[in-house]
Design a protein around this ligand. Structure first.
Ligand code: XIL
Length: 375
């Protein structure tokens, strides 16, 4: 049966009522197979579905970014933007000081060029996945600010120059703000070796170095948990300060490691606030694990309950993202399909994407498709 928007939402409402009335542990009959409705629909490739709104991206490994592989074919079908999941991070590009390893990153950039895709560069400055020599001398002591700054400048200049014209947007600084601090006392992530060496000055400098190396690249500050009040205000203050001081920054990346419980109000409030900064917004690492909490039982099976949750959550999220498509300039998933995600643990699969383990559209894909078509 072809389901239009109204009947599909009526169906969801029914399931929701049945679900909320059910005893814990009891499986409502409606939940046994809620996905029959989608059988036989034709999937519109994601990049076409969202063409009028924003490029749609995926984080990839170099192995996935090959035309002959199933992943490469899924990328060609669905995505118009790529991010390297790991191989453009500092420890991948310059594990040994002065010795750059480009092969893996080049593979992804070349695949993107061959297939007319954009590339987001991730990431230039981070406390994690960065080589020790960037922070510590041979005695294990932190470098002086002068030495560390020089090394940061050299790294950013070399990497951004190499991909000038190919990488259109860089996550210049990743995860610099302190994560959990409801009283707002601690602003920056103080356990970052960058911060320990020189306080927040590295953030300002990183943007200046990146702009110098490629004046046309869009420069982003990227972070997670950005939609929560305690963190969104810190990110707002940071970006405001950078802009007020003439530091070149073009946008804010919301990583989008969200959940099936993510609050619509949190996303909207954040986008409303960041809009006032007059910057672009990109959703840089979208994934939505199926569990409602860390305590929920492990599963290696994608149940109809998981499917239902993702339909509700992904529909809400894309509805919001389309509402803000005047400021959102890229939406990138942190992977391609459910076969490969950083969220999986032994015995506990996260199933966070719109494509399944065979890289085929899941029922939630069609839910999102109908949402876009019916707007
Ligand atoms: C993750 C990768 O997906 C993993 O393969 C790796 O082991 C750790 O890093 N925020 C980021 C990304 O900015 O770089 C992280 O990627 C996920 C969280």
């Amino acid at each position: 049966m072809k389901i239009n928007k109204k009947t599909s939402w009526a169906f969801m409402a029914l399931v929701l009522i049945a679900w909320s009335c059910a005893d814990p542990g009891e499986v409502s009959p409606e939940l046994n197979d809620p996905d029959d409705e989608d059988m036989g629909e034709i999937a519109i490739p994601l990049k076409e579905l969202f063409e009028a709104y924003f490029p749609i991206g995926a984080a990839v490994t170099p192995q996935q970014a090959t035309a002959s592989s199933p992943h490469g074919q899924a990328l060609q079908t669905h995505f118009s933007s790529l991010t390297a999941e790991n191989v453009m991070k500092p420890d991948a590009l310059q594990r040994v000081k002065g010795q750059y390893t480009w092969t893996n990153a080049d593979q992804i950039v070349q695949f993107a060029k061959d297939n007319n895709m954009k590339v987001r560069g991730h990431t230039l400055t981070w406390h994690s996945q960065s080589p020790d020599w960037m922070f510590y001398d041979e005695n294990g002591d932190l470098h002086t600010p002068e030495v560390a700054m020089k090394q940061l400048e050299e790294h950013i200049t070399t990497v951004v120059s190499r991909y000038k014209g190919d990488v259109y947007a860089w996550d210049v600084v990743n995860e610099a703000m302190f994560d959990w601090d409801p009283n707002g006392q601690i602003i920056y992530r103080e356990d970052s070796p960058w911060f320990k060496i020189m306080g927040p000055a590295y953030i300002d400098s990183a943007f200046v170095y990146a702009r110098r190396a490629d004046p046309d690249a869009k420069l982003f500050y990227n972070d997670y948990n950005s939609i929560f009040s305690w963190k969104r205000n810190k990110i707002y203050d940071l970006v405001k300060r950078l802009k007020d001081n003439g530091i070149p920054i073009d946008g804010i990346g919301l990583q989008g490691h969200w959940s099936v419980n993510t609050s619509e109000a949190d996303i909207r409030t954040t986008l409303d606030l960041f809009r006032t900064l007059d910057v672009e917004i990109q959703i840089t690492e979208l994934d939505l694990p199926v569990y409602t909490s860390n305590d929920e039982a492990d599963s290696e099976v994608y149940t109809s309950t998981f499917s239902f949750r993702q339909k509700v959550a992904y529909s809400m999220i894309f509805n919001v993202l389309l509402d803000y498509s005047d400021i959102i300039t890229n939406v990138t998933f942190w992977g391609i399909g459910d076969d490969h995600t950083w969220l999986d643990k032994p015995g506990r699969k996260a199933f966070p994407f719109l494509l399944d383990e065979e890289l085929q559209p899941k029922p939630v894909y069609f839910e999102v498709q109908n949402l876009v078509l019916n707007r």
